[in-house]
Every structure is written in C-alpha cells, then in structure tokens.
Design a binder for this molecule. Structure first.
Ligand code: NDP
Length: 317
C-alpha cells in the first residue's frame, strides 16, 4: 500500500504537496484538492449559464448559533466565487416549525432554487427529520433525505451523497489511492459521516470496492480493528484518540474530526485538532489528511458540486 500510494500520488500533484521525506507520510492537501473541485464546478456553472440556467443554493439558518453563522457565510462566499446564485434566509430562533416547513415548501417550488440546505442543528422545538423529509429530494444537496440515503445504499448515482464523506472519497480518488480490495476501517457510525462513508467505500465505483468495517463506541478491541486497516477513517469527535501505535505501517489515514482543544501557548487560547494524533500517525502512515486543511475544505466544495448537479438534473441538461 505504501509504495503504491506514493508512486500514484507523485503524479497527482495535490496529494504530494507538503510531502517531506523526513516526516513520514505525505499530506493529502484538502485545500488544494478542494480548489480543483471548485474549478470544475465553476466550469460547469459556465456551461449551464450558457444554457440560461444559473445554479442557485438557498441556505436556511434558524437562530444565531455562532458556528453555524460562520459555516453559512462561507457557503454563501463559495457560491459567489463559483458564479452561482447563493441566498441565505435567516429566521429567528423562535420561528415555529410550521413556518420553517412553509419556507421549505416555498423553496421546493421556486424554479430558481436548485439546492436547499437547512443548517443544523435546529432549535430544540423543531424536528430535524421532519424538515429534511419535507425537502424535494432533487434539491436536497446535503443528501440527508431518506430517498437520497436509499439511493446511496442501492447504488443509484443520481441521488445526493452527504458532502463530508463525498469529500473524503474525492480526496482518496484524486490522491490516486486504489481502494479496491483494501481493508477500510471507519470509526464512527453517524448518519452524516460514518454510515455514508461505509456505503461509499463498499460500492462498486471509483473510491469504492473496499472491504469495510464500521466501529463505534461499543466496538470491542477498537485498536485491533484499526491496526489491520489499509485505510482508516476517523469520524469520532474525540481529540487525537487514534494514535500512531494503532496504525498499520503504510496505511492511508483520513481524519474527519474537528475538535477544539485548549492551548494556552497560542493567542487564541485553543487550537483545532482531529480525531487522530497527527504527529505519531504521520510517522507510520503513507498518506494522511491534516486538520485543519484536510477533509474540512472538501465539504463546501462538494456542496457546490452537488448544487450544480441538482441544477443540471432538474433542467434535464
Ligand atoms: P457523532 O457524534 O454523530 O458520531 C461519533 C461517532 O463516533 C459515533 O458513532 C460514536 O459511537 C463514535 N464514538 C464515540 N466515541 C467513541 C469511542 N470511544 N470509540 C469508538 N467510537 C466512538 O459525530 P459526527 O459523525 O457528526 O462527527 C465526527 C467528527 O467529524 C466530529 O469531530 C465532527 O466535528 C467532525 N465533522 C467534520 C466535518 C467536516 O466538515 N470536516 C463535518 C461533520 C463532522 P456511537 O454511535 O456508539 O455513539
């Protein structure tokens, strides 16, 4: 795996960025790969515009959660950069569930809106699953609607895949990692990351055909499972939980985790780390995603990609 991944990535530019023979694994540069995806998206936007279609994404933000506000702003900016129409609908935290559902109905019916995203988490008095089910699956660019979850499960390609796991697969593919026949271990079974990641890695498609094991908090001998993996995907939400001694030499490590840990030595008082202990894992892996700068930048890039595809599919072009 080690030699193979390195040879293949040598030609793949973005994955070899940041490589340094004195530090073990090569870095998978999500910022650079995300830029490539966005460039492809911008080209597709041009094609659609020439046909009279401007792809449009509407993001609904309920309440004033500061982290959600940051995500929503960056989604709007990414739309603008790609030449798409981006709209943010801000609703007060005390909006009723019915009013939110009525908003979703309006967006479902609006021909200028191709992608709808309701930013999670929602205030407690709203049922997220009800809101997700209300969206037209054809506009559910987050890929959370049961129709899209089902399409992923049965391998129908016209559905939408959740952006973070789709981005993780894109990193593997664009880094030249051959997943076929490899043992992949995913730690985490959430509907947003772990489960769709398992479906993607096992499907008969590029970035798939792996033999997949999904671990969670009840898994016995977690380290034992991770130790035999050619590909490790960490989606746990526990800072630096997977350490280098748990990783098979030459494995590819995809760290989805984003955790804030206190650090008095930096002006901000905190730093962002993944679910993998980067320094020790880098010593044994062949390829590894850094945090930040790995999976994170891919999420919005894949959202843009899903939205242009929604526009093309709805228009039938
Ligand atoms: P969830 O909290 O929904 O899921 C975490 C999963 O990890 C659960 O399946 C849980 O098991 C499992 N888990 C927790 N503790 C352990 C343990 N000690 N041993 C084994 N398994 C464990 O998180 P998400 O999937 O939403 O997110 C995971 C991480 O990814 C977070 O750090 C999050 O911030 C990050 N993230 C990053 C994104 C990005 O854009 N890069 C987007 C989304 C998430 P169980 O089911 O048994 O409870």
């Amino acid at each position: 795996m080690h030699a193979e991944a390195q040879t293949q990535t040598a030609s793949g530019s973005a994955a070899s960025a940041g490589s340094d023979s004195t530090h073990g694994a090569q870095l998978i540069d999500g910022t650079a790969i995300g830029r490539l995806v966005r460039r492809d998206v911008a080209e597709e936007v041009e094609r659609l515009k020439a046909l009279g279609i401007t792809p449009g994404l509407s993001v609904v933000l309920v309440g004033d959660d500061p982290a959600s506000a940051v995500y929503v702003r960056s989604k709007g900016k990414a739309c603008e950069e790609a030449g798409m129409r981006g709209e943010t609908i801000r609703l007060p935290a005390d909006t009723s569930e019915d009013a939110l559902l009525a908003q979703v109905d309006r967006l479902n019916a609006d021909p200028n809106v191709h992608g709808i995203l309701v930013q999670m988490p929602l205030p407690r008095h709203m049922a997220a699953d009800k809101v997700i089910r209300r969206m037209r699956p054809e506009k559910d660019v987050d890929g959370f609607h049961p129709v899209n979850v089902g399409k992923l499960s049965i391998g129908e390609r016209d559905g939408f895949v959740p952006c973070t796991p789709a981005g993780a697969i894109e990193l593997l593919v664009r880094s030249g990692v051959d997943t076929r026949g490899k043992d992949a271990v995913i730690v985490g079974r959430s509907n947003i990351v772990g489960k769709p990641m398992a479906a993607l890695l096992m499907q008969d498609a590029p970035g798939g055909n792996a033999t997949v094991t999904v671990c969670h908090s009840r898994t016995a001998n977690l380290a034992g499972h991770i130790r035999r993996a050619d590909i490790v995907v960490a989606a746990i939400g526990r800072p630096e939980m997977i350490t280098g001694d748990m990783i098979k030499p030459g494995a590819v490590v995809i760290d989805v985790g984003i955790n804030r840990v206190n650090d008095a030595s930096v002006p901000k008082g905190y730093r962002i780390v993944g679910d993998v202990h980067f320094a020790s894992a880098r010593d044994v892996a062949s390829l590894i995603t850094p945090v930040p700068g790995g999976v994170g930048p891919m999420t919005i890039a894949m959202l843009m990609k899903n939205t242009v595809r929604a526009a093309a599919q709805i228009a039938g072009v």
